[in-house]
Design a protein around this ligand. Sequence first.
Ligand code: ZN
Length: 246
Amino acid sequence: MRYLIFSDIHGNLEAFDVLLRFAAKKKIDHYVCLGDLVGYGASPNEIIRKIRTLKPLWVVRGNHDKAVSGQESIETFNPIAAAAIRWTQKTVTKSHAEFLNKIPRGPRSVDGLFTICHGALFDEDYYIFGEFDADEAFDYMPTPLCFFGHTHFPFLYARKGEHVTGEYMDGGETERKLEKGVAYLINPGSVGQPRDRNPQAAFAIFDSDRQTIRFYRAPYDIAAAQKKIHKAELPPALAERLAVGI
Ligand code: ZN
């Protein structure tokens, strides 16, 4: 089985369309979304509509999905993120808001093969940054393989015995073979708002038969996404950051 693993789309239709075009050319059996469908970008309805058509789909909610659907207070967000959430709340259709509201919280098990969450297994809003966080997260893993999002950085953490290593997957197409006896905690990066100074959309494919994970980066029409953000009168900083990948 081939699983397309993606996260943090954040209402960026131009980036998501590139991912869908890519998926159409590959043999994808399952779609796995690690949350934050909306927030920041100017196309929340289009993203939700397209994600709802993906089958079979495994999805967990992100903190922006929760905030837009009113399950979390906007107070925890910085002013720019909060402004985008208020704009998204006004913009999403009732049916799409209901869909967001019903997205399950992580962690979730996928086919008994691996586990998915937005932030961490012990707290869906926790950011796993670095080996210290990863080490704690490994203790909660019900399967030797877990995918997470939320940080917008493509990363592969591995624990062999007591030893934890972290590898930043720094762009380009990169494949890693998963070894037996090693636990993995993997972030595919962000589709719609990468923050690792590489502005290209990030995602990954997990092949369960070959036991490989392959990371991808894909260019997309950033100027078009920026134009929509300006037209929607969202904070201009949200457009600027897309060009530099922060
Ligand atoms: Zn996010």
